[in-house]
Design a protein. Structure first.
Length: 157
């Protein structure tokens, strides 16, 4: 019993000393020469596309900082959006682009995001793609109209 009480006291003292320690948060001054990523646009609107249409777009950016910019990760919100980006450092003042391919074999609205992580002053930038994909009707065909049972279609001459 004595050993149990001693062990309990030792554990409580250990927890108390851990919790009582002062947490130091050092905030380093921001680097005034740090690279900075500046995009020409952060949203690309495809508008209305047909199924199987061109789902390619490009986000052009410039390193407006004073040190080389390195993109560490570029990830999309789903597998239907595939980004490709430069792996080498982008020197100050230089332009590059992130190319995005959206799978246009999916009907409906497009609302996806691409997260860009870098060593820039703004470490994370979120790009967006929007639009709508519709089914293409055959050339010269008329959309099929549903007819209520018991009615006869009327043809105009």
């Amino acid at each position: 019993m004595k050993k149990s009480v001693s062990l309990l006291v030792a554990v409580l003292l250990g927890i108390g000393s851990v919790l009582a320690q002062e947490v130091k948060t050092e905030t380093a001054a921001p680097n005034p020469n740090a690279p900075e990523i500046t995009f020409d646009k952060v949203v690309h609107d495809y508008g209305t596309l047909y199924v199987g249409g061109d789902g390619n777009c490009e986000f052009v950016f410039t390193n407006t900082g004073k040190e080389p910019l390195i993109l560490s990760s570029v990830k999309s919100s789903c597998g239907c959006t595939v980004p490709s980006y430069p792996r080498e450092p982008i020197l100050p003042g230089k332009k590059e682009s992130i190319k995005v391919k959206y799978d246009t074999n999916r009907l409906g609205p497009i609302n996806k995001s691409i997260t860009v992580m870098s060593n820039g002053k703004t470490a994370t930038v979120v790009l967006k793609i929007t639009g709508n994909i519709i089914q293409k009707t055959e050339e010269g065909s008329v959309p099929e109209k549903s007819v209520t049972p018991g009615t006869v279609p009327v043809s105009k001459k």
